[in-house]
Design a protein around this ligand. Structure first.
Ligand code: PLP
Length: 439
């Protein structure tokens, strides 16, 4: 039976065209043309066009010497991004969660004691994964919107022999940036490993794996690296590798066995799953863009645009969520308190429908209470900040919120000028500075 028979008569007529041989072609499924969007949520963020272009280049077989050379470059660039000399620095296939699951499932054996710092939705995720690994999980819980103080981890470490401490470096759900160096030192003193979730922070702000003494770090591609989701860059040091080797039980996942994955990413090229080669191309390009921009200039760009956004939000009379000082907040995730009487969903819907701008909602105890505005990687531009402020002002006015007209945009422009710019777009602001042409 032709598919069109299932359609109402009017639609069927509109969608049926005769094939040359007299049958009917069903063209309900037209070309893929998604609406234009400016992604200013907590991730996925906008992919850099140069990354998308790299992903569209012809495929190579996963053991082709040309491809294995690309893999080696990805490892070298990953070391650069993680600021590490670790031998092990490669992407796990899958999103950030797959990287976290690979690390925990491979490093933790049933019955191992694992301490997890939890002050947000992604800390809860680490607890969930560690429990599934059969760990004895000790949750050190903190207030959402605050960091976990190292002395609380120190106290937990004295409670028993611990295999691993797991912390969220950037808690995307609250916008908190967790300092790690003291916790890494404490973990080492107790012969435990420190695992850091750097899914939102890699390529966005300092992730100094070696300097801080982080043993395992896991990242994602769809945040500050401006790549589609689908790979999880991971790095781990010799201490973690020794724990892997000393396991007495088999890793319970075949797909996420770090040791086996490391063998594929080593000169041995151990045959494991079929590598997602197009994603590897994309990650290489995203890391290459970071390498070209430089770590500190990239971090400074995030601070500059995030600060301009926050200046504009303040001028609109909006408050930020969280009690931490600026040093403990993510520069590129801005959590905004939804004012009383404002319908948070209606505002987000208006932003998408009228301006094509997506900002983020919140999870769990913060659901309906805050928005999260992400200004990461390719999306962190002056144009996007000013557009977002103008659009938000408009959407809030529709909710009865009164702010001086244009105040948000004016404050952001003033911030850029005071921060040393003339207010004119700089190179990093021009759409496709590395690709489509400068403005
Ligand atoms: C801090 C953090 N950890 C873990 C994850 C999970 O990553 P993914 O959604 O890529 O699996 C996210 C995603 O938002 C995150 O922000």
């Amino acid at each position: 039976m032709p598919l069109t028979n299932a359609l109402p008569a009017a639609l069927a007529i509109r969608h049926r065209r005769p094939y040359a041989w007299g049958a009917f072609m069903d063209d309900r499924f037209g070309d893929l043309l998604p609406g234009a969007r400016i992604l200013l949520g907590p991730g996925p963020t906008m992919a850099d066009p140069r990354v998308l272009r790299a992903m569209a280049t012809p495929l190579l077989g996963q053991f082709d010497p040309e491809f294995t050379a690309i893999m080696n470059e990805v490892m070298e660039l990953s070391r650069f991004a993680f600021q590490t000399d670790n031998a092990f620095a490669f992407p796990v296939s899958g999103t950030g969660r797959a990287g976290l699951e690979a690390a925990l499932t491979s490093l933790v054996e049933p019955g191992d004691r694992v301490i997890v710092g939890e002050c947000g939705r992604f800390g809860l995720l680490l607890i969930e994964i560690a429990e599934r690994c059969g760990a004895e999980v000790v949750a050190v819980r903190g207030e959402w919107g605050r960091v976990i103080e190292p002395d609380r981890i120190a106290a937990a470490l004295t409670g028993g022999r611990t295999r691993l401490v797991a912390m969220i470096h950037g808690e995307t759900s609250t916008g908190v940036l967790q300092p790690l160096a003291d916790i890494a030192r404490l973990a080492r003193e107790h012969d435990a490993l420190l695992l850091a979730d750097a899914v939102v922070t890699l390529g966005g702000c300092e992730v100094a794996v070696d300097r801080w003494g982080v043993d395992v770090a896991v990242a994602g591609t769809q945040k500050c690296l401006s790549c589609p989701s689908g790979l999880a860059p991971v790095t781990y040091n010799a201490r973690a590798a020794a724990v892997l080797r000393a396991r007495t039980s088999k890793v319970r996942s075949n797909y996420l066995d770090l040791g086996q994955l490391a063998d594929y990413w080593s000169p041995a090229r151990f045959n494991h799953h079929t590598a997602p080669t197009a994603m590897v191309y994309g990650l290489r390009e995203a890391l290459r863009a970071l390498f070209e921009e430089g770590l500190e200039p990239r971090f400074a760009r995030h601070r500059r645009h995030g600060d301009a956004l926050r200046a504009g939000l303040a001028a609109l009379g909006l408050a930020l969520f969280g009690k931490e000082e600026a040093a403990h907040r993510l520069p590129f995730i801005t959590p905004v308190v939804v004012p009383d009487g404002v319908d948070e969903l209606r505002v987000r819907r208006r932003l998408v429908e009228d301006f094509g701008i997506e900002i983020g909602a919140a999870f769990g105890q913060l659901q309906g209470r805050i928005w999260r505005i992400g200004t990461m990687g390719y999306a962190a531009t002056r144009q996007n900040i000013l557009l977002c402020l103008a659009a938000l002002e408009h959407a809030l006015r529709g909710e009865g919120w009164r702010a001086p007209a244009g105040a948000g945009v004016d404050a952001a422009v003033a911030h850029y000028a005071a921060a040393g710019g003339t207010g004119a777009p700089s190179v990093d602001d021009s759409l496709g500075a590395h690709g489509i042409g400068r403005m």
